[in-house]
Design a protein around this ligand. Structure first.
Ligand code: OOG
Ligand code: MG
Length: 257
C-alpha cells in the first residue's frame, strides 16, 4: 500500500512541476481514505523538502461556506506551506507555471509561541505574534479543478502560492473586516473575514487541533493562512489583482502569461 501511496505523491509532484493536470486519484482508487491522503501529502512535501524547500507554516482550507460551495467539499482541511510558495507582494505571477490558478482573500497569522492540540480561541490568540491581510494562490493539480475530499488533501489542499501584506499587532480585531477583491479595478468578490468560521481565530484553533493530531505543532515564525473568505477567482494574464482589507490594508499582484 505504501508503494501505491508513494506513486500518488510522485504523480502529484510531477503534475505540479510540469503544470499539467492529472486525473483524480479516487477515480482509480475509490476507497482512498482521508488518513491515507494526509500520508500522501506528507510524502509530497518530503519530495519538496529534499529539493531544498523549507517549511514555513500551514494553510487551512474550506473554512468558509463560499469555498465549500465552490468546490463541493464541506470539511475543513489543511496543507503545508514552503518558502518557494511565497510570492512578492506587488510583483508578477507567471500564469504558465500553474495548471489553472485561482486567487482568494485570506487572513494570515504569524505564530509567536508553540501551539498544538485542543486550545481555546483565547489561547490561540495568545500564541499569535501578528496578523496580516493575505492572498492565496490555489491550483488544483486535478483535471477541471475537480476533486473529492481525499484527492484535495493529497494534493496539499491545492496550495501553490501566497502573498502576505503588512503585519498588524495581535490585538487588531480581525473578526469582521470588510474585504473587496478587485480585478483591473472592478470588484469581483466582496465579503468579510467573519465568513471564516465566524471568526478567523477559529481557523487557528482548528489548525492547532488538526496539525497536533498529525504529531506536529504550530511553531514560532510559522505562517498560518486561515482559509478563503470568499469564492476564488480564476486568473488570466493581464489581470491586476488588488484586494482591500478593512483596517489591515491592501495586497496586490499582476498576472502575466
Ligand atoms: C481547496 C483548498 C481550499 C481555502 O482557502 O478554502 C482553500 C480548493 O479550493 O482547491 O485553500
Ligand atoms: Mg485558501
Amino acid at each position: 500500500m505504501s508503494a501505491a501511496l508513494a506513486a500518488f505523491a510522485d504523480k502529484l509532484d510531477d503534475a505540479a512541476r510540469n503544470a499539467t493536470a492529472t486525473p483524480q486519484l479516487t477515480e482509480t482508487y475509490p476507497d482512498f481514505s482521508a488518513a491515507e491522503a494526509y500520508a500522501v501529502q506528507l510524502m509530497l512535501l518530503q519530495r519538496r523538502w529534499a529539493r531544498g524547500e523549507r517549511r514555513v507554516g500551514y494553510k487551512m482550507g474550506l473554512t468558509s461556506r463560499a469555498k465549500m460551495v465552490q468546490v463541493g467539499v464541506s470539511e475543513v482541511i489543511w496543507g503545508r506551506l514552503t518558502d518557494a510558495m511565497r510570492q512578492d507582494e506587488g510583483g508578477v505571477l507567471k500564469r504558465g507555471k500553474f495548471v489553472h490558478p485561482r486567487v482568494e482573500p485570506e487572513i494570515a497569522y504569524i505564530i509567536g509561541k508553540p501551539l498544538a492540540g485542543e486550545v481555546s480561541a483565547a489561547e490561540a490568540l495568545q500564541a499569535v505574534e501578528a496578523v496580516a491581510p493575505a492572498l492565496e494562490i490555489i491550483d488544483s493539480r486535478y483535471q477541471n479543478f475537480k476533486f473529492a475530499l481525499p484527492d484535495v488533501i493529497a494534493d496539499n489542499s491545492s496550495s501553490s502560492g501566497f502573498y502576505v501584506g503588512p503585519w498588524a499587532p495581535r490585538s487588531t480585531d480581525v473578526s469582521n473586516l470588510g474585504i473587496v477583491m478587485e480585478v483591473n479595478g472592478r470588484p469581483v468578490q466582496i465579503g468579510s473575514s467573519a465568513a471564516i468560521l465566524g471568526n478567523p481565530i477559529r481557523s487557528l484553533v482548528s489548525a492547532a487541533r488538526l496539525v497536533g493530531r498529525a504529531g506536529e505543532s504550530l511553531m514560532p515564525g510559522d505562517i498560518v493562512l486561515a482559509g478563503g473568505a470568499t469564492a476564488a477567482h480564476a486568473l488570466t494574464p493581464g489581470e491586476h489583482i488588488q484586494t482591500h482589507f478593512q483596517t489591515l490594508g491592501r495586497v496586490s499582484f499582476n498576472v502575466e502569461a
